[in-house]
Write a protein that binds this ligand. Structure first.
Ligand code: DC
Length: 218
C-alpha cells in the first residue's frame, strides 16, 4: 500500500487545484499528475492534425499516439508529454476553446482513465474532475475543491495577466463543462471551499484531511 497511495484532487477550473495538488505531492513525496494537461494535449494535437473534434473514435486514435509519462527525475516527479514538460502552448485560447468538446467523448474518457490508472499505479497526487469518482474510486484520500464563480474567474485572470476575456472564457468553459461533463464530487470526498482562502490556508487544511485519511501512512 505504501507505494501506491493515490490522493485525488478534483474540482472545477480556477478552484486552486493545481497549486494545491503540486504542493501536496511535494510534501507527501508522491508524483504530481495533472490530468487536465492530458485533455489539453489531445485538444492541441487535434488542432495540429485538423481532426474533427466531433469524431470520438478519431480522437481516441490520436490519443494513442501521444506519450504520457511521469518524469521521475523531477521533484516532485511530474507528467511529461512526449518527453517534454508541458508549457504555455497548452493554455492557448484555441486549446481552451476546444478542450471541453474533446473531453466529452466516452471513448476518449475511457482511454484517458486507463492511461491515468497506469500513471498512478505507483501512487500519485492526481488532479482532475473525475479522479475520485471514475479513475480511482478507491483513492486513499479524496478532496473536492470549489470556490465562487467570481473568485475562480479572478484567479484565472491573475494567472493569465493582461489577457482579455479570461473571465468570459472561463464562464463559457464552465458552462460547457457542466453541460457535457457534469462532474460531481465523489460521495466520500471532503469538500473544501477555497473562496477567500489563501493558498497556504488551503494547503494546510487539505494536508490535515489527507493525513487523517492516510492514517499516518505518509
Ligand atoms: O483542469 P483543466 O482546466 O486544465 O482541464 C482542462 C479541461 O479538461 C477541462 O475543460 C475539463 C477537462 N478535464 C476532464 O474532462 N477530466 C479531467 N480529469 C481533467 C480535465
Amino acid at each position: 500500500m505504501e507505494g501506491r497511495t493515490v490522493v485525488a484532487i478534483d474540482g472545477p477550473a480556477g478552484s486552486g487545484k493545481s497549486t494545491l495538488a503540486y504542493r501536496l505531492a511535494a510534501e507527501l513525496g508522491l508524483p504530481y499528475v495533472n490530468t487536465g494537461i492530458m485533455y489539453r494535449a489531445l485538444a492541441r494535437r487535434a488542432l495540429q492534425m485538423g481532426t474533427d473534434p466531433a469524431d470520438g473514435p478519431a480522437l481516441q486514435h490520436l490519443l494513442e499516439g501521444i506519450g504520457f509519462e511521469v518524469d521521475r527525475s523531477r521533484t516532485p516527479p511530474s507528467l511529461v508529454v512526449d518527453g517534454a514538460m508541458p508549457g504555455e502552448e497548452l493554455v492557448a485560447p484555441e486549446v481552451e476553446a476546444l478542450v471541453s468538446t474533446v473531453a466529452r467523448h466516452p471513448e476518449v474518457r475511457r482511454a484517458m482513465a486507463e492511461r491515468q490508472r497506469e500513471l498512478g499505479r505507483e501512487g500519485a497526487v492526481m488532479e482532475g474532475r473525475d479522479i475520485g469518482t471514475v479513475v480511482f474510486p478507491d483513492a486513499a484520500a479524496k478532496i473536492f475543491l470549489d470556490a465562487s464563480a467570481d473568485e475562480r474567474a479572478g484567479r484565472r485572470t491573475r494567472e493569465r495577466e493582461g489577457e482579455a476575456g479570461v473571465a468570459e472564457g472561463l464562464a463559457e468553459r464552465d458552462l460547457r463543462d457542466a453541460r457535457v461533463n457534469p462532474f460531481v464530487p465523489a460521495s466520500d470526498a471532503v469538500l473544501v471551499d477555497t473562496t477567500g482562502a489563501g493558498p497556504d490556508e488551503v494547503f494546510l487544511q487539505a494536508l490535515r484531511v489527507v493525513r487523517e485519511a492516510l492514517g499516518g501512512r505518509r
